[in-house]
Design a protein around this ligand. Structure first.
Ligand SMILES: Cc1cc2nc3c(=O)[nH]c(=O)nc-3n(C[C@H](O)[C@H](O)[C@H](O)COP(=O)(O)OP(=O)(O)OC[C@H]3O[C@@H](n4cnc5c(N)ncnc54)[C@H](O)[C@@H]3O)c2cc1C
Length: 374
């Protein structure tokens, strides 16, 4: 295989920027195309929660790699990774939730995850949060959060230092055979390889050149509320809500609509019901009186088997999308693996992520990412 010398990356989110940097560090001449500004897609809307408490081999390998890199960046004082335990719980009476949680913890422990099962009393002793309603909880010590905007700023700098060219403010389309990018002026520039890291918009870009991918967007919501909280990140599997510490108090989320959204017609503002329910959930769990500072919505990408779509779709044309809400926490690993694939290095993206495992016209239900049900 010829090693590509000139590579185009479409999309300057966490995934595109990491891939662009790793390609450039690996010797390629890289141009990044971004229709807005770096981070203006879903990365700028992410909650920034990161953990490695996964139950499947492939997820564990990717998460370990990503967490290692977040911590290296922190260790080099390039970036702050906030170490905070990750608590996932099922409420009393949610027997199905408790069973799924306990089975998930068993599988996590088989994979050597630093995670243990605790009851409400123990949880209450370890953390200052409301635990009376908890039936069963898992606690992972290897977790934390990071500011997605800081990650974007860091990787823009790192890319620029490696000579990556940025073309921003321009929505592009792509060509295959030979690979190329069609700019806003209609002019096509050929590249040795093209990486489509355009988030949920990757589907439209690839469908336009005859390579449909099995991706459906769904809407998720989050808010930041002022309050006094320095507890762990908490995911309540019974009501599907989560919260994590934030400099203002708490970042809370869910509001997932497990139905296909319209790429071109979705509401980026949070729904009133979400703000009400999420604020109540924060009040309940943190035992504080939160004041909502801001709230928003975004799109996540679902695939039929909940694994992402990462790898080649055509000769020298690659895609990286379909994260089920895990794209930020996986970006440091996906960038490395995909760049290695594009540059023909020994190491590469797990076969499980091969986008060609689907035809692209599959019927499937949207399932959100944090759930334990397999
Ligand atoms: C409310 C919410 C909370 C979330 N919380 C978390 C979390 O805690 N942890 C986590 O890991 N993930 C979280 N996610 C998911 C996370 O946001 C995404 O998985 C991740 O940001 C995807 O990154 P990306 O680089 O693939 O896509 P994006 O960040 O969307 O980047 C794609 C870029 O491509 C650009 N683009 C699109 N089309 C074109 C075109 N034609 N030409 C040029 N540029 C184009 C877009 O403008 C965009 O900037 C959350 C998502 C939401 C909505």
């Amino acid at each position: 295989m010829d090693v590509p010398e000139r590579v185009a990356v479409v999309g300057a989110g966490a995934v595109g920027l990491t891939t662009a940097y790793d390609l450039a560090a690996g010797g390629a001449a890289v141009t990044v195309f971004e229709r807005g500004t770096p981070g203006s897609g879903m990365t700028g809307r992410a909650a920034g929660i990161c953990y490695d408490a996964y139950a499947e081999d492939v997820d564990v390998a990717v998460a370990d790699r990503a967490m290692r890199r977040f911590r290296e960046l922190d260790g080099n004082h390039e970036f702050e990774f906030h170490e905070v335990p990750y608590v996932f719980l099922a409420r009393e009476g949610d027997d199905a939730g408790a069973t799924a949680l306990s089975e998930a913890v068993d599988r996590m422990q088989v994979h050597d995850r630093s995670v243990e099962l605790v009851d409400a009393d123990e949880l209450g002793e370890r953390f200052s949060m409301h635990t009376d309603d908890v039936g069963l909880a898992g606690v992972s010590d290897s977790a934390g959060w990071a500011d997605p905007k800081a990650y974007v700023d860091l990787f823009v700098d790192k890319c620029e230092n490696e000579g990556v060219e940025f073309r921003v403010g321009e929505a592009v389309s792509i060509r295959t055979d030979p690979p190329g990018v069609v700019g806003g002026d209609g002019e096509t520039v050929d590249y040795d390889a093209v990486v489509v890291a355009a988030g949920v918009h990757s589907r439209a870009l690839l469908a336009a050149v005859g390579h449909p991918i099995a991706l459906k967007p769904y809407r998720a919501q989050a808010l930041v509320a002022e309050c006094e909280y320095d507890g762990p990140t908490v995911y309540d599997a019974t009501d599907g809500s989560y919260l994590r510490p934030h400099p203002a108090g708490v970042l809370a989320g869910d509001g997932v609509e497990a139905v296909e959204a319209d790429f071109d017609d979705w509401d980026p503002a949070a729904d009133d019901w979400f703000v009400t329910e999420s604020t109540a959930a924060v009040r309940h769990r943190t035992e504080t009186d939160p004041t909502v500072e801001r709230a928003w919505a975004g799109l996540c990408g679902a695939t039929p088997d909940r694994n992402p779509l990462v790898g080649p779709v055509a000769s020298d044309v690659y895609v990286a999308t379909g994260w089920h809400g895990h794209g930020f926490m996986w970006a440091p690993a996906i960038g490395e693996l995909l760049a290695a694939d594009v540059l023909g290095a020994d190491e590469s993206v797990p076969e499980t992520f091969d986008p060609r495992r689907f035809d692209g016209d599959e019927e499937f239900e949207v399932v959100e990412g944090m759930t334990f049900d397999e």
